[in-house]
Design a protein around this ligand. Sequence first.
Ligand SMILES: Nc1ncnc2c1ncn2[C@@H]1O[C@H](COP(=O)(O)OP(=O)(O)OP(=O)(O)O)[C@@H](O)[C@H]1O
Ligand SMILES: [Mg+2]
Length: 238
Amino acid sequence: MGDILITEALTRRYGSLVAVDRLDLRVAPGERRAVIGPNGAGKTTLLDLVAGAIRPSRGRIRFDGQDISGYGPARRARLGIGRIHQRPAVWPSLTTLDNVAVAAARRRGGVGRSRRPAIELLDRLGLAEHAGVEAARLSHGQRRQLEIAMALAGEPRLLLLDEPAAGLSAVEFERLGAVLRDLPEGMTVLLVEHRLDLVYAFADVVTVLRDGQYVATGTPDEIRVSHVVRQAYSGAVA
Ligand SMILES: Nc1ncnc2c1ncn2[C@@H]1O[C@H](COP(=O)(O)OP(=O)(O)OP(=O)(O)O)[C@@H](O)[C@H]1O
Ligand SMILES: [Mg+2]
């Protein structure tokens, strides 16, 4: 079977700044791939490009054999690309449960009768007791976990996670680790994360970026001891 996600010379410019520079990535189906690098490396820009939130200045993106470079975000979501944002995006005036139910309905193309899958997801994310609470009243960490529940409700084939551990309490962080470990085997995951303990525990393969440039790809063991990776991080605020 071919790679599920391929980027070819993927490039995004902002004026004279090259946020992502001719990036060639190949991610296998079911792979857990982490993308790390200092602030401004282009990690969020990469996820935005794959999700279709922004368009490439150059280059292509292939998903499951299709060139999706010209597709909008909704079409990519229907193909099975799900994501969570660096700043959690939820519907603040809906309850926690309704946020997940709506996310699930969007995927299926209609509102389902049963709320049980949504309740089970909330339970896994530790949000069951907040099911009836307006999302606006949740803490930052809870909103982040809610967004993960919403993404999972869409049963994505490719899940894009932008700093899921940011702002979580120690308990929430532990739970996130368990949720990531328990993701369906066939789900491909692209994880952007500054918490390297989580990255090394979760990822099969790690790609390092800096200033939009590709630095290295390797197993967690290779990346942990890599000289070029240390250099990429040196002097940078991570
Ligand atoms: N809309 C935009 N307009 C102009 N420049 C942008 C825009 N979005 C991102 N950039 C720039 O592109 C570069 C890459 O940004 P990006 O957000 O992808 O980095 P990142 O690796 O996600 O960093 P962080 O770890 O801080 O989240 C940065 O220099 C950033 O300032
Ligand atoms: Mg970012």
